[in-house]
Ligand binder design. Sequence first.
Ligand code: SF4
Length: 333
Amino acid sequence: MKFDPKTVYFEPDAMNYPLGKYLQKKYENKNWIPIENHNNIPELRARDNCEFPKLKQNLIIGIRKTQKFVPNKKISDFLVPYTSSGCSAMCLYCYLVCHYNKCAYLRLFVNREQMLEKVLRTSRHAERPLTFEIGSNSDLVLENTITGNLGWTIEQFAKEGRGFLTFPTKFAEIEPLLPLSHGGKTIARMSVNPAELIRKVELGTAPLTARIRAINLLCEAGYPVGLLIAPIMLVEGWEKLYTELLNQLADELSPQVKKTMRLECIFMTYSYVHRQINEAAFPNAVRLYDANLMTGRGPGKYWYRAPVRAKAELFFRESLKLLFPEAQLIYIV
Ligand code: SF4
């Protein structure tokens, strides 16, 4: 899953940081274009929706100027904007498209010391051990293949942090994480979906078998682990597809994963922006919007209608209890 950018857009000041210099060397043969601000690159914003796959081939390098921790009650105490945002993959429902529209390409921020320091400081001053979700803006396992930032973060937090870090991923390049001194302070969460939906919808991510192998290895290496069944897509034949997925997980996850994992289930949400981009960029792809099954949820956003969700929720609650009686189901939303 090697990312090979076509063009690198960069804030010149980012080149004063060690990571900026490292990336400059790593991609010295690429076309480099200076920009004023990673948040607004007018020439990329002006592109048509059908160019979305091409836009995803760009790499943006900048400095993160603000880092606002957002309180969160689901799996962590805070969502922390961290060393990257966006991603080179192209999941057709990607939640980042809601924030960044067609500019959901991979952005790397070079001031990692500053960002980690804020996490460490907050963790040390808190009244109780906190959990920080550092992967809600990108996929840190993918980013780690370029920057090594995730491995660096895990070891620094093990030495100096209190509480936990956590991140979700749809990638399988976890080998560099296995030998690290993580101190059990980083919770790795693997996101899964039926193999067929991964192939047709989660374009550019790791196949299901590779993800299962990766989470087994992380658990064996002592990381606390979780499994996200997310996003649940109620496409035609979903019961059969998800039954196959759950049976495969029951067969192939290691006994230790099945015993200790925490489970999260999240139904897909979708938006008008996704429809516009996907219809222009992937005209032959699976249509994820179904007016019979979905209804409005705020301006331009959709989610599954209550009776549709209720039926599916029952299916997941019963199946998970049966197949993974020891695992803790944290939530279905
Ligand atoms: Fe978005 Fe995650 Fe898919 Fe990347 S892997 S496109 S961040 S949903």
